[in-house]
Design a protein around this ligand. Sequence first.
Ligand SMILES: [Fe+2]
Length: 471
Amino acid sequence: MCSDTAQPAALPMTDIRGVPVSYRDRSAIDGLESAILMSLSFRGDAIAEIDRVLAAHPDFIMGWLFKAAWLTQAMETRVYDTMLQCLAQSERLLPGCNDRERGHHEAVKAWVQGDFFGAVQKWEAVLTQYPMDLLALELIHYTMVLLGDVPGQRDVVARVFNLWDESIPGYEFVLGFYSFGLEENRDFSRAEDLARQALSLRPDNPYAVHTVSHVMEMRGRQGDGIRFMKDNAGMWGTSNFANHLWWHTGLYHLDLEQYDQVFDIFDTHLDSRNKDGHKYEELDAAALLWRMNLVGQDGGDRWTHLADKWEPAAQDTLYAFNDVHAMLTFVSDGRAHAQQALLSANERYLEHASDANAAMTREIGLPFCLAMQDFKREHYSRCVERLLPIRYMTHRLGGSYAQRDIIGWTLLEAALRARQFDLALALANERTGIKPTSAQNWRAVARAFKGLGDHSQADRATAKAHSLIAA
Ligand SMILES: [Fe+2]
């Protein structure tokens, strides 16, 4: 049962934001709040915290629903059994629960059936009715990032933002979500303002740090980015989101051709060979090493350890974003068997699948996996043929603009190596237009001009790259 008849029934219980909760025990509701806070601040172990609550309160439906919902964000098959167990507990407790809890239940149910977009719609319905439901807002925002719904990441927050203010607990996280949504939609000034406002309210707020790091990345403020991240590293040193923030720091160094620092960050913070890393952490590691490959830096045996981590997930076909990162490691480590296993599993999956991941895989995931194989086999023209038609659709793969940039950069590098210098110049110009302070972009311009025989323009572009690095 969801309700304890020993408590007075007249006044409904609420959480600290006034959102109704059917379970009538304050310690359980406070325990859930603690777990939600851990998930928002990337501190502690939110699952262990909610397990502690559920051990004492096995009939607390929102406890089960939080646990299942937070596990959705892992995007790993290994959590599915636990999600199903939580959903079964929730199903048992549905009679007598309120509309909000039913909405959360329906969302998780849609998710485990593979309908990620349907889950978002269910959570959206909850948030529309309960704009202070910070958990629903968190889940929708993060899921929209996972699914590549770029305007949605911003607008889901906009729909409730004016109803919030500093007096409502958790406002700093709402600022963080909104700031990231604005950043991904290229409203960089406002994004940075809101992220810094969030940090002024709560300095240990990795998601707001993350927004600032993206603003620095997108605007090519590498020096500012390195300083900002190192000044704030103490605030995210113990969170599992820290790996991603180190990845961002590595990108600044990479753009400045400070390759020793990139490898140092990898070896110190991203190398998971001696720990049980999550996929989310390992995909950043793979993405950083691949970028190093593109600039001619050999990752050595780092690839072997990373491919070892990815190989058990080669046939998951759960999330195309994971699959392309697995493929990065398999092609880089020369694992033909694992490459084939991943491709075959995806081809079999696409014959019958109709879930949310099917379109992501068909449109972007599989073409990019095949393009990576072409790249590694030095079939650069074929790599270009695969990537050129999809480069403006890559948001459908999910992740951030900065993460997906790996596709555009691979396309440019393939065009250069295929000696398609007209195309390479066009693509490099496009990149300097978006980020004129990137030395790597000017290096590509220089190589394209050199290939075209225009040494004067090539020298100018090289000088530009040198000036940016020196600055
Ligand atoms: Fe990021």
